[in-house]
Design a protein around this ligand. Sequence first.
Ligand code: HEM
Length: 402
Amino acid sequence: MSTPTVDLRLLADPALRADPYPLLRQLRAASPLSLMDGMLVVAARHRDCAALLRHPNASSERARSELVPAGLPRGALSFLSLDPPDHTRLRRLVSSAFTPRVVAGLRPRITEVVDALFARIAEQGRADIVADLAYPLPVQIISELLGVPADDHEQFRVWSARLARSLDPQFADPDQQRLDAAAQAREEFERYFGRLIAQRRAHPADDLLSLLVHAESEGDQLTEEELLATCVLLLVAGHETTANLIANAVLALLRQPDQLAALRARPALVEPCVEETLRFDPPVQLTTRIARGPLPVGDTEVPDGGIAVLLIAAANRDPEVFDDPDRFDITRGGTGHLAFAAGIHFCLGAGLARLESAVALDAFAQRVVAPRLATPTVAYKENFNLRGPARLEVEFDAVTAA
Ligand code: HEM
């Protein structure tokens, strides 16, 4: 354990948004870092983060911690922020909608949406990869899965962005305003879903919303509050993260043209390319756990009630696990990153996010002729946890037919 030489609030510094990795390297070298009289411990090494994510004393019930008083919007908690047995019960209810077989069955629809987006990009003659591809694709697919009308996208785009901002932890950015905005967004979301749920009760359809409404009506499977929280979680989790993954991948490929050329030459590299992007530039940069009983982190431990901050983005570049970790190399083989976490909270949408990204990147690599960045620098969103480009302007010579 070492004394801190780096201020954790630097994580929130907008000047570091485009490239937080030098800071993350310093934090990793100094980790585990013990702050706040030992009540907050930063884990940045791969083996420490991997062990924490699977430790039985690592609780996800962040709202219970006094150290993160307003770190999460109030209201019912989604299972992302619950421990067993509630976590197990709620996760089981929706997991049938995300099995590998169900996800694989979505490929034709995902391809159709990607083709439509590229048709529009071709017509425009240039693209903002975020607005024209990375964002609309996951929003369209998760909306269809849930059974949310496509026309409402614009409305919940704003709410979703506000909720995503609230995942930037308080200890690094103690800005009450963004939390108030998130709480308000959650309320609006819940009112919105409340209306949809009432409709589905009257007229069930073949969608995830109807499945959850049915489970609720069966009695003891989930409460109405839990139903609302689950809907919000699925809609928001499927939004910003996958959008960031697709944008981060396109950016990395444009910055390393040899990698783009390799992908063009060998389309089978598309899945490894998605995995390498998840490792190299993860859409979720960190997560937290609360110690319920002593929680070991390397040679130190978080005492009961303390908080562990897991810097996933630092762990993913740990030289103990990855050779030459700062190099983006799509032939790496793609195992071992923690971008989707691990253990019982392992991302439920990982298969869906992987498939959407693979279809989008395959089309980008194979069909866009001579793509290049239109601007020398890339503007990032405010978020430092759900981090990604705000815009990604790309020029090209042509888009070939599907
Ligand atoms: C590239 C895209 C994505 C990334 C990087 C990502 C990342 C993560 C991470 C790191 C966690 C664990 C958080 C923690 O335990 O602290 C998580 C959980 C979760 N993700 Fe994702 N996610 C992505 C896409 C999606 C999609 C598309 C969906 C659903 C449509 C989704 C749904 C969920 C859910 C429901 C959980 C909670 C799981 C649980 O608590 O058991 N995610 N995700």
